[in-house]
Design a protein around this ligand. Sequence first.
Ligand code: FUB
Length: 367
Amino acid sequence: MNILLRINFLLLLLTGLVSCNKSSDTTEEVNQTEIADNSSKYLSQPLISDHFTADPSAHVFDGKIYIYPSHDIESEVPEDDLGAHFSMMDYHVYSMDSPDGDITDHGKVLGVEDIPWAKRQLWAPDAAEKEGKYYLYFPAKDEKDIFKIGVAVGDSPIGPFTAQPEPIKGSYSIDPSVFQDSDGSYYMYFGGIWGGQLQKYRNNEFDDKGPAPTDGIPAEDEPALGPIMAKMTGDMLEFSESPIEIKILNQDGTPILAKDHDKRFFEAAWVHKYEGTYYLSYSTGDTHYIAYATSDNPYGPFTYQGIVLNPVEGWTNHHSIVEVEGAWYIFYHDTQLSGKTHLRNIKMAPLTHLSDGSIQTIEPVKN
Ligand code: FUB
């Protein structure tokens, strides 16, 4: 644990103790005491503990690690199955000189007030670099409460970022992640069901079947919805092709079905390439895994392989996978500091590719 983290944890512990001295009978205070006592049970400790962060997308730009997470906030909005209580308003960027180094908060780099078309819920972002320009991709709801994906451009990995006036044409749903292939192509993977609204679309057309999270989800024995992807244009601001749905198959070549909640795609698609193979990892949502599937093509089809990360504390599970100087890491989140679903904290841990091409499953809580 680095010095900054140690100090943050001492502060957290003191806060818990002070709260307890004041009064020990509110849930909030009891939770804080439990959290302070239980920190050793986690595989990793929070990277940031003075505010709440989630959905960390990590990249190495110019030899340094940059992290682009959601910025969770407390909200008056009641919790529901569509994630209305995730009512984030802005983004911060963080950097680390090395995986063991201190983390720097570069402050707010984009707020909902800076995005002409966005009205609420700045969910999981990602970033990409091309020819010295940096692109921050983010989902947000527009004035009709429809999720679209936007892009903001900066001259540095820590911004400032200027949002484009309109969302990316043809974009919808949530959780954009942009993968740079070895040939210099960039692809965006995106989508999420339930609150992420992917079930409201078929073949890129809006086809709203109703307000419940499951309205529009395929029937149990039909193939599950897959993430959507499109190649980016040279200027990184648009899709260069009509987005396509990715197929995720069982090992026997049959499609993963909608009823297979342990394996089917829910949200948080991320692609990395290892020894020539494309790895698509994603959250299974209501079963809380980060699963993965592999392909020899960025467009798939991908074949299901197993679990990257077992369920973390909290409902959501969302990650990124990045190589830093030859070693691989997963960035993820849990709710260690708050005990609340919508107030998360980002973490990181080593990730191991085994010699047979599989990924060793990570257990985020020690048994
Ligand atoms: O942070 C809001 C949403 O929660 C993200 O977009 C999802 O992936 C889930 O982590």
